[in-house]
Design a protein around this ligand. Structure first.
Ligand SMILES: Nc1ncnc2c1ncn2[C@@H]1O[C@H](COP(=O)(O)OP(=O)(O)OP(=O)(O)O)[C@@H](O)[C@H]1O
Length: 249
């Protein structure tokens, strides 16, 4: 599904990705974790050629992206969705229009656009907010819009760059639930960059650990499930009481 072969990338003189080879199979939820500056986001952006590699080959869905013309690359990118830590929504467009833009850019048949937009917003649980602007939404709702936008063109792969890092733990859990659903229900292969081990352990079945621009290891894992935190006031009081008991001990 995704194959990187000896991919390297430098910014100025600094080699950020050093001859990395990685294969991700169809249907995986693949995590990429590592310390800050390890090269996780750059590696993810190399998968859809948002960053062009200096060397090496990138193949997605059986197509060598590194061999394509810019027109062919635009077409190939329809099957690769992406979401970001800060959502990257268009502030002057409504929820509906944010999703519509992605279909317009892809020349999706005009007559079918409305149904497709509603379908995607329904999938992420936002059908009732189509007329709102991003500023009127919570962080979790903004990320859901970004997910709907990424899903609109029926991608085979969804790249997620720190998708929950701006969200509180409960909202993170909800977004992870949406991503898990996309993988299970729609069969989309997911690659998720995160510096949070809890996030990676919750839904990933294979994980690449990066260090200094290289792959330190890739391991198969059993997802432990998404941890929803109790939001009730009694839970907070209980936790504070426990902390007090530990201080007394
Ligand atoms: N466009 C760029 N121009 C110059 N340097 C860059 C650029 N993008 C990334 N870098 C540098 O490349 C290195 C790897 O960055 P990258 O964002 O891939 O790491 P990361 O593992 O995702 O880190 P973090 O978790 O902090 O986001 C860093 O030293 C970063 O400063």
């Amino acid at each position: 599904m995704i194959k990187l072969v000896n991919v390297s990338k430098s910014f100025s003189q600094f080699k950020v990705i050093k001859s990395v080879s990685l294969t991700i199979d169809k249907g995986e939820v693949h995590g990429i974790i590592g310390a800050s500056g390890a090269g996780k986001s750059t590696l993810l952006r190399l998968v859809n050629l948002l960053e062009l590699p200096d060397q090496g080959e990138v193949e997605v869905n059986g197509q060598k992206l590194t061999n394509l013309s810019s027109k062919e690359l635009r077409r190939a990118r329809k099957s690769i969705g992406m979401i970001f830590q800060h959502f990257n929504l268009l502030a002057n467009k409504t929820v509906y229009e944010n999703v519509a833009v992605s279909l317009e850019l892809a020349n999706y048949p005009k007559k079918e656009r409305r149904d497709r937009i509603i379908e995607c917003l329904q999938f992420v649980g936002l059908k009732d907010l189509i007329k709102q602007y991003p500023a009127q939404l919570s962080g979790g709702q903004k990320q859901r819009v970004a997910i709907a936008r990424a899903l609109a063109n029926n991608p085979q792969v969804l790249l997620c760059d720190e998708p929950t890092s701006s969200l509180d733990p409960n909202i993170s859990a909800e977004i992870l639930g949406v991503l898990e659903n996309i993988n299970k229900v729609l069969g989309v292969t997911i690659v998720i960059v995160s510096h949070e081990m809890e996030v990676i352990k919750s839904i990933c079945n294979r994980v690449t650990v990066m260090a200094n621009g290289e792959i330190y290891d890739t391991v198969s894992t059993e997802p432990i499930g998404i941890h929803h935190i109790d939001k009730s006031p009694s839970y907070f009081v209980e936790q504070l009481a426990k902390a007090g008991e530990m201080d007394d001990a």
